[in-house]
Every structure is written in structure tokens, then in C-alpha cells.
Design a protein. Sequence first.
Length: 106
Amino acid sequence: MSEKSLVCNLNVFTPQDRTRHDAVAHSVFTQVEATTELATGYAFRLPVHQLQAAAEFIALERLCCSFLEFGMQVSSDGVLWLSMTGPEGVKQLLSAEFGININVKG
């Protein structure tokens, strides 16, 4: 079984698509209410009104970062969780990309 490389390929985007990707990511991640560390990544709590933006973020992000796995859950009380997980090293990559302060255990 081969391991997936933790390489983001931003060349998949046209300049217009890259601008849209950046805008959607900014829209989603400036609304994060809480971050939870998972075994293989992180989950981000968002206001439920960010559901459509979170779905668009997933659709765009998976194009350039095929090693990531995504999940969305909306609870009955209107809480939205966006999870991003993946192979070893994903926590460090997400921490650097989204400014999450973590202590990496070696």
C-alpha cells in the first residue's frame, strides 16, 4: 500500500479559481468558533450558516490537496463541524496552514 504525499498542487487552479478558493477559505476559517484535535487531524466548529461555504471549500480544497479527507456534520442544535483528516503529518500541515497551536509529539 502506498502512502499519499502531503503535497498541495495549487497549479490545478486557474488564477480566477485560486482567487475564489482563497476567498471561500477565508470566509470559512474566519468564522471558526472552536477547534478540536482529532486522532488524524482537526475539526472546526462553524456557524450553521457557513454550511454552503464549507461545502464549496471542500469541493475546491480536495482538488489541490487530494491527501485530505473531509467530513461535515450538522447537529440538531444547529452546530456545524468541518473535519479535515489524513495521513501522518497532516496535523502539522494543518497547524501551519490554519495557525493552529499544537504540540507535536515525535
